[in-house]
Design a protein around this ligand. Structure first.
Ligand SMILES: O=C[C@H](O)COP(=O)(O)O
Length: 250
């Protein structure tokens, strides 16, 4: 039995004051038995969020990390630094990082290892572009990205990874995969994880859908057995909407 996980990816939104006000609003309401609820915020808000969620079941995540512990990497943040703050999760390989910041499969893999080294749980994003989908390459792209991201992990580590299947054409566009289509791709990703790490590990890995998930469609996705939650951008920014997403994952 996998615990569903709703993760809000705030991307580059919210000041510290806005972030803490959000937690005051959702405290209690976005804490639903049997659903894990994680807010992935910009670095600047992380210390305040870690304080604000104390005494709640809400968790905090970052949106990126560097694979080295320290060094001359201007503008970067390490896993050691995130752990020091008390962060639980870290998004790795989001399509916006891959597209705008030259994130490669190799770097994603190094970041996944760095996350585990520092006791952070990775939310690894995979997904195809519209062009790749139209060329019939969806499953191939997801297989290559997933296998590369998880390469070299122990079975114990692999079982703790959260994968987010996010078709790029569905992100922030209001277009979604159908629930059935998302479940098919997610089922395939699970098969590939099983081929590499075995069925027991694959049965434990949580795989989310992401891409224009809203309060009015979350339940459709959650009805699919293989879909274990959602990685949500826009609809995670408003407290009432976020609460409905967590409730919809019950
Ligand atoms: O990380 C979240 C995804 O990029 C989805 O964003 P969206 O819910 O705004 O489409």
């Amino acid at each position: 039995m996998r615990t569903p996980i709703i993760a809000g990816n705030w991307k580059m939104f919210k000041t510290v004051a806005e972030a803490t006000a959000f937690i005051q609003e959702v405290k209690g309401k976005a804490e639903v038995d049997g659903v894990e609820s994680v807010i992935c915020a910009p670095y600047t808000s992380l210390p305040a969020l870690v304080q604000a969620v104390k005494g709640t079941t809400l968790k905090v995540g970052a949106q990126n990390l560097h694979w080295e512990d320290s060094g001359a990497f201007t503008g970067e943040i390490s896993g050691a630094m995130l752990k020091d703050l008390g962060v639980d999760y870290v998004i790795i390989g989001h399509s916006e990082r891959r597209a705008y910041f030259a994130e490669t499969d190799e770097n994603v893999n190094k970041k996944v290892h760095a996350a585990f080294k520092h006791g952070l749980l990775p939310i690894v994003c995979v997904g195809e572009s519209l062009e790749e989908r139209e060329a019939g390459k969806t499953k191939d792209v997801c297989r290559v990205q997933t296998e590369a991201a998880l390469q070299g992990l122990s079975a114990e580590q692999a079982a703790q990874v959260v994968v987010a299947y996010e078709p790029i054409w569905a992100i922030g566009t209001g277009k979604t995969s159908t629930a059935q289509d998302a479940a098919d791709v997610i089922g395939y990703i699970r098969e590939r994880i099983s081929a590499v790490f075995g069925g027991e590990v694959a049965g434990k890995v949580r795989i989310q859908y992401g891409g224009s998930v809203k309060p009015n469609n979350i339940r459709e996705f959650m009805q699919k057995e293989d879909i274990d939650g959602a990685l949500v951008g826009g609809a995670s920014l408003e407290p009432a909407s976020y609460v409905q997403l967590v409730e919809g994952a019950r």
